[in-house]
Design a protein around this ligand. Sequence first.
Ligand code: SAM
Length: 372
Amino acid sequence: MTDSLHNLLARAAERPRALARPELAALLAVEDEVGLLTLFDAAYALKVRCCGKRVAMRGLVEAGNVCAKDCFYCGIRRSNGNLSRYMLSADEIVRLAELDARQGYASLVIQSGEIESEEHTRFIEDVLRRIAPLDLGVTLSLGEQTEAVYRRWKDAGAARYLLRIETSNPDLYATLHPASHSWERRVECLRALRRCGYQVGTGVMCGLPGQTYDDLARDIEFYAEMDVDMIGMGPFIPHPDTPLGTAHQAPDAKHQALVLGLKMIAVTRLHLHDVNIAAATALQALAPDGRERGIRAGANVIMPNITDTKYRRSYQLYAGKPCLDENAGMCKGCLERRLAAIGETIDYGHRGDSLHYRRRTRGSASLPEENT
Ligand code: SAM
């Protein structure tokens, strides 16, 4: 462990956005065990300072796998014929939202493949209006839409929107998508979401073929430049039925992907301080305790899957998706035990809004007691 690592961590913890890109890249390049522990401990201490020893929960509804996009890495891409396509009915989504409220999670994420149509827009509006009486903090993750559609969904009750940029490097983005997919449009969507008044989330996949530490450092700078409130990022895990499913994998690829995912969480926490950061399910696909390790590396949000088990196999974005046969009740008990083992509790009954969002919209400056 070097003095320079201690220096960087001390400077980063002192104030947000203190590090330059080469310094972020240097933290991401830490590989020795003592250095990694030091990095994760510093990020976790900051997480506790900003968010307390509490984890915010959002039940995740995988509303459908019909998708107009053909991303080269994604298991539900349009060209994958090896899965049956489904879309939950409005009644099914409302039932899951009620289950989410009964679980005490207070927040809900509705995610699906990307559909742009008036019929779909109205369908989501209807669902949002029907679940409004439950008073949940609702996040949508429904891909690229027009600003008018984002506004209609906001008016119907959605509070947050998660749209990953996937990578902040447009050249790398072009190698991962067909030419018809536009990185610029994704950035413009993030700006539109901000104009509509959402708590805005973005994120990237880490460990993509051809991605460098400098790219990942740039991703963290992108989060800062876009001034986002929430980060949902995770390791890239190849899916066999996709063009990137056969990307070269080192023998210890899983371990490497997990550690890189944890480092991205840690360095993002250290650079941005008060944003919500999710410990992605993809971490759990790489190690059974992946999400707890994400919390110990600086994340403060977990999104347990509450979708009926009969649909889960048809929503596999990557290989090895966990909890295919575990219902929402089993997930809840399992998570409680796992989080208690690391001294964390589930923040039942609180929406867990992003502290960053509350500050930028209210101008408040105080720390953890605010996050109640
Ligand atoms: N359609 C919405 C959108 O485009 O934002 C949400 C659904 S999309 C399937 C959710 C996220 O899954 C993507 O943003 C991507 O980062 C992630 N994902 C897809 N394939 C993946 C893979 N092979 N490994 C890790 N994450 C993956």
